[in-house]
Design a binder for this molecule. Structure first.
Ligand code: NAP
Length: 288
């Protein structure tokens, strides 16, 4: 039987609608909207498109957005000065440094200067530490989006075998921490994992974030498992994920498509983090 589709576009639309009403309520209470500042250094075409989408989605739900674009030859000290200014600006609830940074600019150190209370990407060492310690904090957007998709699909995580393929700081590691926090039994796999197919075949929840088109084949999937495909691979025929969707959907219990699965959740969770950061800054909740 074909797997149930987990529709990321629909879940993201519901989340955006909820956030729009949270934003309206925030404005009513404080007389100003939550604000997101983005910093784009250089003119990488993919990054330019992503930043544009982030601003459009902010505007659509009433979040103020501040678009900072710097030349590719911007010095480290200029970027540090801007980050410090945004950290101090009360109109800015969240600061996002669009990655990758060009040239010699350090893509870990510089985003790490964002105030943890405004770290809406959730990728600084302090945010990663709070997550690892199980303390409140802003969580990275794509893994947060996966958690919301799993919840929306009614997937039971407590006690489940969850396997995450990919151990990046951006996705795999925080994903594993969030699953652990939800009481799953978590296995992290990577390029050195022995007998990857057999490890994946034990998973009740299998999450692939590798960047290899259609790598996860049907024989890697336990019948009835939930399969979340984070991969985004641009091929001539269009976007494909890391999962061989057509074959795996005949074996899985539930599956996310690419496109239309995890992707739409990432920006929705950035908006959510911006609202959470604004509420925390206003003393309405505790994040760190
Ligand atoms: P990344 O930093 O390149 O990490 C890839 C991970 O996959 C690494 O941990 C690597 O292992 C592992 N890997 C590579 N080849 C493998 C193999 N043959 N078997 C097992 N593991 C293997 O990538 P990322 O940033 O996490 O992104 C992964 C994918 O998710 C990409 O397609 C990216 O576009 C997509 N993505 C999508 C979103 C979204 O919003 N939808 C967000 C983030 C990422 P090692 O550590 O051993 O090298």
């Amino acid at each position: 039987m074909s797997a149930r589709l987990i529709d990321g576009r629909a879940v993201a639309a519901t989340l955006r609608a909820e956030l729009a009403s949270d934003v309206a309520a925030f404005i009513a209470r404080h007389g100003r909207p939550p604000g997101l500042a983005t910093v784009l250094v250089g003119e990488d075409p993919g990054s330019t498109v992503y930043v544009g989408m982030k601003h459009r989605e902010c505007e659509a739900i009433g979040i103020a957005s501040f678009d900072h674009r710097l030349a590719a030859d911007t010095s480290e000290s200029e970027l540090v000065e801007l980050i410090e200014r945004l950290n101090a600006d009360p109109a800015v609830s969240g600061v996002l440094i669009q990655l990758p940074l060009p040239g010699e600019l350090d893509g870990v150190k510089l985003p790490g200067l964002v105030d943890v209370a405004k770290d809406v990407d959730g990728l600084t060492a302090l945010s990663a530490g709070l997550l690892a310690l199980g303390r409140p904090g802003l969580r990275p957007c794509t893994p947060s989006g996966v958690m919301i998709l799993l919840e929306s699909a009614g997937v039971l995580l407590e006690g489940a075998q969850a396997v995450v393929v990919g151990r990046s700081n951006l996705f795999g590691k925080p994903m594993a921490q969030l699953l652990l926090g939800a009481n799953a039994t978590v296995t992290m796999c990577h390029s050195r994992t022995r007998d990857l197919a057999a490890v994946c075949a034990r998973a009740d929840v299998l999450i692939a974030a590798v960047g290899h088109p259609k790598m996860v084949t049907a024989d890697w999937v336990k019948p009835g498992a939930t399969v979340i495909d984070v991969g985004v691979n641009r091929l001539e025929g269009g976007l494909v994920g890391d999962v061989d969707f057509e074959a795996v959907r005949e074996r899985a219990g539930a599956i996310t498509p690419v496109p239309g699965g995890v992707g739409p959740m990432t920006i929705a969770c950035l908006l959510r983090n911006t609202v959470l950061a604004a509420q925390a800054a206003a003393g309405e909740l505790r994040l760190a």
